[in-house]
Design a protein around this ligand. Structure first.
Ligand code: CA
Ligand code: CA
Length: 527
């Protein structure tokens, strides 16, 4: 009895290897009641669109109650839906409707820090002997640790005359993960949402958990700080194992970790069924400008070094859109990149709007900047006596608004995103680029995305196949994936015209043998 029960629990949970995820940036997807912000009822209304697109998993950016200084990555109440996005019942309805369509839902879980408006912090602030005091990190004197958003990471709290630590904004106080009460508190939060039926979590900046009591200065090397004591601290892995044990106590759940590091050898340390099922590698996903060689070498390095699946993505809410950053506005190039993301070995994450080739927006003045990171860099530049124009340029290079403009549904006012005033600028190109237009065009990006995703969803080789080869030559990325005696070969051509010689008995699944620049072919051999 005991053994069979254990066997059931230990059965490998693999749905995520079959899943095409779609990241929804909560405030920007669909507004149901005209306040200018996306909400759950809006998203629920788009589930048929996502089902049609072939999406089988949704990652929602934070939707818990928050002052939204950092768009919800600053949680004030871990048990409440932010009223901007609706009610808990709206969320439950959304989840039910998604599950009805066989779409899994994972939520962003931000536990490195809370908003300073969280009750835990408000209590902690009251006195040095408050029971919540040690939920956070306090010092009589700041050390040299820097905020990720710029400037010092310490803020004086005048009530108790001590400084609290904030790796990010001053309104986002870091939780003290060396306190077992914090761990227990977060476990309770996870259970609450898992019990409601969420299929897993995307854990935010998970290697920033402050688990080490030693708060000494970071060493300075060549003028910049080495993050020896504030990131990847001893204890992070143990904390992740505790969190994952809670997740694994519910059947068929999944975790993906955001790891703040550009080293695959650091990333892979956090990837295991006992910690994070998969992790994001930003060297691959947020590569600053197009290079077929660089994309290939990151893919190759993940394949060589990581034991489990890598994640495959070229866009998120923290980086400029793939269409501008990598594809230079060329839809064919964006499609070739999409083909890589949807046919290589790994878990693909499509960022909302990529499927219609959405472009960046850019702020023309300080007033147009919404993102806290953009604003902070502007103010720091002004403080350093830069001109307003210089400060704007600096701010725009850090400004994450670029990829956060409302989803372009149709040609009506505000792209059909809202009947009211959108919280952030709509991309001006929406009247010529939107879902409604692309749905009428069988050669549109949307149609091509649907076809690619349908292929991935129907071919176990593309979900489970290992690589027989993974090669790069003349700006062509080529691989053959193999599973249960069936092979699928993918050639993605970022170079010049190239004619493919098909092996005997092969069948083309997509594309043609005459590969133009920025095109691809998929063909199968075997049964
Ligand atoms: Ca709304
Ligand atoms: Ca921390």
């Amino acid at each position: 009895m005991i053994f069979s029960a254990l066997h059931t629990v230990a059965q490998e949970n693999t749905w995520w290897k079959e899943t095409v995820f779609y990241q929804i940036y909560m405030p920007s997807y669909a507004d149901s009641q005209g306040d200018g912000y996306g909400d759950f009822n809006g998203i629920t209304g788009k589930l048929d669109y996502l089902k049609e697109l072939g999406i089988t998993g949704i990652w929602l950016t934070p939707f818990l109650r928050s002052p939204k200084v950092d768009n919800g990555y600053d949680v004030a109440d871990y048990y409440a839906v932010d009223p901007t996005y609706g009610t808990l019942d709206d969320f439950k309805n959304f989840l039910h409707e998604a599950h009805k369509r066989d779409i899994k839902v994972i939520m962003d879980m931000v536990v490195n820090h809370t908003s300073t408006e969280c009750e835990w912090f408000k209590e902690a602030q009251k006195s040095k002997d408050n029971p919540y005091r040690d939920y956070y990190i306090w010092q009589d004197k700041p050390n040299n640790w820097e905020s990720f958003f710029g400037g010092t990471a310490w803020q004086l709290d005048e009530t108790t005359n001590q400084y609290y630590y904030h790796k990010f904004d001053v309104t986002m106080a870091d939780l003290n993960w060396s306190n077992p009460k914090v761990v227990a508190e977060v476990e309770k939060v996870l259970r609450f949402w898992l019990s409601l039926g969420v299929d897993g979590f995307r854990f935010d900046v998970i290697n920033f958990l402050t688990t080490n009591g030693i708060l000494q200065d970071n060493p300075i090397k060549n003028g910049s700080q080495e993050h020896l004591y504030d990131i990847n601290q001893p204890g992070v892995k143990a904390a992740l194992k505790q969190l994952k044990a809670v997740v694994n106590s519910y059947p068929n759940r999944f975790t993906v970790g955001e790891i703040g590091s550009d080293k695959v050898e650091v990333l892979k340390q956090y990837q295991s069924p006992e910690m994070m099922d998969v992790v994001f590698n930003f060297n691959f996903g947020s590569i600053a400008e197009f290079s077929a060689q660089k994309i290939f070498s990151e893919l190759h390095s993940m394949e060589q070094q990581m034991e489990s699946y890598p994640t495959l993505f070229f866009g998120s809410h923290d980086m400029p859109r793939m269409m501008n950053r990598l594809a230079n506005g060329n839809p064919d190039k964006a499609m070739a990149l999409a083909a890589l993301m949807l046919t290589a070995r790994g878990v693909p994450f499509v960022y909302y709007g990529e499927e219609i080739g959405m472009h960046n927006i850019l702020a023309n003045s300080y007033d147009e900047i919404v993102d806290i990171q953009g604003k902070t860099h502007y103010k720091l530049a002004i403080a350093e006596e830069k001109t307003e124009n210089e400060a704007l340029t600096i701010a725009n290079s850090h400004n994450r608004d670029k990829s956060r403009s409302p989803m372009q549904w149709n040609g009506s006012a505000s792209a059909g995103f809202t009947t009211g005033r959108p919280w952030i600028s709509v991309n001006k190109g929406y009247s010529s680029n939107n879902v409604a237009l692309q749905e009428q065009d069988k050669n549109s990006m949307l149609a091509r995305y649907k076809a690619l995703i349908a292929l991935r969803n129907s071919q176990p080789v593309l979900q489970y196949g290992s690589y027989k080869n993974l090669d790069f030559k003349d700006d062509r990325i080529t691989f053959t994936r193999s599973y249960n005696g069936r092979d699928i070969t993918v050639i993605i051509n970022f170079g010049n015209d190239y004619k493919v010689t098909l092996p005997a008995k092969s069948k083309i699944l997509s594309g043609s043998i005459n590969l133009k620049p920025n095109s691809f072919i998929l063909y199968t051999t075997g049964e």
